[in-house]
Design a protein around this ligand. Structure first.
Ligand code: HEC
Length: 130
């Protein structure tokens, strides 16, 4: 394989994990709109489920351990901690989705903040470039 095509592969890996993050961001934004009562709550459980399903794809997307994008180098050195955080996000969002499906807004809304551990991970592992 030529160096050129291997660089392209790396860019694909980075693009892919960024797509996953962006999808989670859109779903979290939709959930926030619902909690602020700016839009109807009818699809709250669906958004929680999409968020949970997307979170479950994140670990594999980082597993090739390709440096770059906004990933701080310390991420790869602390892989055990980083991947555990993704496992925890997956579990917490799955629980949120289940609560939303079974108990609706009343059951799930109070758990949204603690389930969305996005910022605490970004503070350590993401170099925000924009
Ligand atoms: C375990 C750590 C971790 C968690 C948890 C996490 N992220 Fe990220 N996120 C990252 C890293 C690392 C990057 C940089 C990825 C890159 O550029 O290669 C990132 C990048 C992003 C980006 C920028 C994507 C782009 O276009 O470059 C957004 C938006 C984002 N995350 C949203 C979220 C949201 C929303 C959540 C919570 C639902 C979340 N993240 C949870 C680690 C995490």
């Amino acid at each position: 394989m030529s160096p050129v095509s291997s660089r392209a592969d790396d860019q694909d890996v980075i693009d892919y994990r960024q797509h996953i993050m962006k999808t989670m961001n859109e779903e979290a934004a939709a959930i926030a709109q619902i909690l602020q009562q700016k839009i109807p709550a009818a699809d709250f459980a669906t958004h929680a489920e999409i968020l949970a399903i997307t979170a479950a794809t994140a670990k594999k997307a980082f597993e090739p351990k390709v440096p770059g994008g906004e990933a701080k180098p310390v991420l790869w050195a602390n892989w055990k901690d980083f991947s555990k955080r993704l496992d925890d996000l997956t579990a917490a969002t799955a629980d949120l989705a289940r609560k939303a499906k079974e108990g609706g807004m009343a059951a799930a809304a109070p758990r949204v903040q603690s389930a969305l551990t996005c910022d605490s991970c970004h503070d350590i592992y993401r170099e925000k470039k924009d």
